[in-house]
Design a protein around this ligand. Sequence first.
Ligand SMILES: Nc1ncnc2c1ncn2[C@@H]1O[C@H](COP(=O)(O)OP(=O)(O)OP(=O)(O)O)[C@@H](O)[C@H]1O
Length: 627
Amino acid sequence: MSVALPTLSAMAENENPDQPDTPSETARTPRRSTLRSLLRLWPYAREVRWRIAGATAAALVASGSVLLVPLVLRRIVDGPIAHHDLGALWPLAGLLLLLGLIEAGLFGVRRVIVARPLARVESAMRGDLYAKLQRLPVSFHDRWPSGQLLSRATSDMFTMRLFLAFPLVFLIVNSMVFLIGSVMMFLLDWRLGLITLLPAAPLMVLTRHFESRYSRAARRAQDQNGDLATVIEESVLGIRILKAFGRHRTMAERFRQQTRELRGTELHKADMLANLWAVIVGLPEFALGCALAVGAVRVADDQLTVGTLVAFLSIALALRWPVESLGWLLAYANEAATATDRFFEVMDEPEKPELPSERHSALSAPARSWAQEADKGIRFSGVRFRYPDAPAGTPDLLCGIDLHIRHGETMALVGATGSGKTTLTALLPRLYEATGGSITLDGRDIRDIPRQRLRELVSVAFEEPTLFSASVRENVLMGAPDAGPEQLDAALDTAQAGFVHKLPAGVETQVGEQGLSLSGGQRQRLALARAVVGEPGFLVLDDPLSALDVHTEALVEQALRQVLGGTTALVVAHRPSTVLLADRVAVLDEGRIAAVGTHQELLRTSAVYRELMTGEAAPALEGSPAR
Ligand SMILES: Nc1ncnc2c1ncn2[C@@H]1O[C@H](COP(=O)(O)OP(=O)(O)OP(=O)(O)O)[C@@H](O)[C@H]1O
């Protein structure tokens, strides 16, 4: 569990320039302009551009009909009311009713036009994000907390969709309505128009200032949301450990602390919005009051008709919503821009090229062809590796691995805990890229083999067996989607996983997070079945028997011997019983292969090996060659 890791939002405050390319770094980069961020949504919005344009047109006509109401009012006040002519009143009243109906109808139409297509846009974006997450290398997932990815795939998506459906349309419509209304006010009486529009200049300065401050707070809140999702996920997945160690109160306190921080940020946002709102509402009201006073004097002096003053005030009142809504529309646009930035931070992450690199493509065809006999098997040549986030100045974890696993051979890999055994095995299916040297399979550099093909050739069972929320059959056949029932049964037999036939629905029983909970040993056996079901050419097993009882271990070993006989395998081993499955053993020590030989040879010649296997420290007897 990574509960001790700093949260993303906390990291975002950290200004350490030596940090590698982490989410915190992207969060620290200076904010792009809101508009530029939002424009990145165009490739997705493009598909629904005509729908959005239609919704904008409907909302514009609806709002326009509101602006016509004051003109009709003027006709009513200066006409039928001033002349006590009731007969002339009815058609105008009917017109008012019609305008009201048009407004209500068109606002309804706007909603219908965009709702469905935007749900499609959201789902397309989510699909792209998911596919991207699948393609990104494991080192990316090591760096990014899962809650941050989860919040990008859920709440950020929702924010972006809502922005396209509502704030985007109304930012356009309300701005146009404001412009048209302002022109109408000027045409009715330019003096009153000037007084009413005087606050526009200070309001523009204020909203600009608000925008930059609000976007920082919006970013912090969204990152804190992601951190919160990480804590919830870890607490749920690790609930047994938390309870067993009595740490649930500590975790709950940590959660409360993060919730308080998020609440603080949200309140800060609300304060900023409230202050902006007070000015946005207060200033125009004050200006309108002044215009009313001046207008009343002008009516008394017969310089203005009552109808014109009523129409003017009605327009000013109709413009209240477009002006008042500006605050939260801008706030929402900011949130959407932040959500877009967060979405593209993941989408912009570089993926490792799928095709062979230029260096390898440039090799002559014979050099790339499958190997001669001596090269067959797995060969590590001068392989170096360090994790991208390893502290600067620390030596490479693997610093020149030379090892040849002959065709059809099973090689056990032993070494002290933390010596890099799992890391070395992860280089073979290219879960991580070696930072130096080369690895070949039957003489062919693994970088020359398309990843998909490489992962068909190399099958892996990790120490921590992960099962998905799916049936036993689906979990096992992940290792060979085309395999039939016979192969499934054979793999289950090999892994001594016959217990599945006693499950409520046999191999169709749902297991994993949302299914039946299995014991550690049962999970490990299913993971083993998954690794062997495709009868892979190369097999990597990371301590595959660690969670089995002695009896089951003996049975699995027996069956594994058959599988290992037909493949080239690298098996990480901690115990003599696992080592005995192998033809030879390689000892990993201080980033290098310190010795290679059979179990008996190494017991005689390698002090490191003897210490690892028996726990006895003995005088150094190193001397076995590394190949
Ligand atoms: N994703 C990672 N990012 C950075 N460092 C890592 C990462 N995974 C492992 N390490 C570090 O690399 C070193 C080797 O880890 P690895 O899991 O390969 O060791 P191991 O020999 O398999 O250990 P064990 O026998 O305990 O399973 C450890 O110091 C570990 O902390």
